[in-house]
Design a protein around this ligand. Structure first.
Ligand code: COA
Length: 257
């Protein structure tokens, strides 16, 4: 299948179980005002197409379609034999994506920014979530409203970089999706206690540990053009696996926070 330029697919072993299990990830550039293309749209289930058609807002329809396509591509990365059209991703009571795919104990997480969509598939039972955002100056005045004084100190130490602000934002959103509550919990619940830089094969990743969330960390990568976070169960084992999952080509040369 031909994917638009700027798409990324990856998979990595995930989990501590003896059984071989994988996580898959897909990132897709969103062409606002442009349909995703017939081949990609055909990955959608009939019900997903009907849901898409029912959105009154053009931008919501676009983000829904691209998000579902990214989720399907992530699934195909792990299960190349899967028939994407037969998999229906619905939304649960609090908006969480739920896969209707009998016989498969896998879950998905979905994100869409103005310019990208991201999908993550992982074994059910693991706390995982994905978030992607375009680092934009217009968010500079919005993001601090969800940051604590200590987090603002971290931002200052990072020279008030717009990318670093988005790092904190996406790490929190990814963690909110992993625990399923999102920002229904107060913002303080997602306070980041430490930011640790992790170098792997010459690429800099950031590990966020949360002060009040037990059992979930997040790894963030600046891809240039997009900041991407994946939340995962705390622990070195998972951390290395998620870094492997995020070992994709950057969109721009040598982006840093
Ligand atoms: C869920 C939330 C983390 C989504 O983050 P976001 O950056 O706004 O949007 P993203 O594009 O990254 O993610 C959207 C996807 O998150 C997923 N999602 C929504 N609720 C979710 C939940 N409770 N758990 C996990 N994933 C969820 C959905 O798949 C959604 O895409 P879809 O509707 O096309 O299926 C966040 O919006 C939130 O906390 N919402 C609940 C609180 C609320 O309603 N606030 C109102 C605005 S202040």
């Amino acid at each position: 299948m031909k994917l638009p330029q700027g798409s990324f697919l990856s998979s990595a072993r995930i989990g501590t179980s003896d059984e071989l299990q994988f996580a898959g990830m897909a990132i897709l550039p969103i062409m606002q005002g442009m349909p995703a293309g017939e081949e990609l749209t055909e990955l959608l289930h009939t019900e997903e197409k009907e849901r898409a058609a029912a959105f009154a807002s053009e931008s919501r329809r676009t983000s829904f379609i691209y998000g579902r396509i990214a989720a399907k591509l992530a699934i195909l990365e792990v299960f190349p034999e899967a028939v994407a059209q037969e998999i229906n991703i619905v939304n649960g009571a609090i908006g969480e994506p739920v896969i209707e795919w009998p016989g498969h104990e896998y879950s998905v997480s979905v994100s869409h920014s103005e310019h990208h969509s991201a999908g993550l598939v992982f074994p059910t039972g693991l706390l995982m979530g994905i978030d992607i955002e375009t680092p934009e100056e217009k968010n500079r005045s919005i993001i601090p409203s969800i940051l604590s004084p200590d987090e603002m100190e971290l931002v200052k130490a990072a020279n008030n970089s717009i990318e670093f602000l988005h790092l904190l934002w996406t790490a929190k959103e990814a963690a909110g999706k992993a625990n399923g509550f999102g920002f229904r919990l107060p913002a303080e619940k997602y306070e980041i206690e430490t930011e640790v830089s992790v170098n792997h094969d010459g690429v800099r990743y950031f590990l966020s540990r949360f002060k009040h969330l037990n059992g979930v960390d997040a790894i963030t990568r600046n891809l240039g053009g997009a900041v991407l976070s994946v939340a995962f169960p705390t622990g070195h084992y998972f951390q290395d696996q998620v870094i492997r999952l995020l070992s994709i080509q950057p969109m721009e040369k040598d982006p840093v926070f």
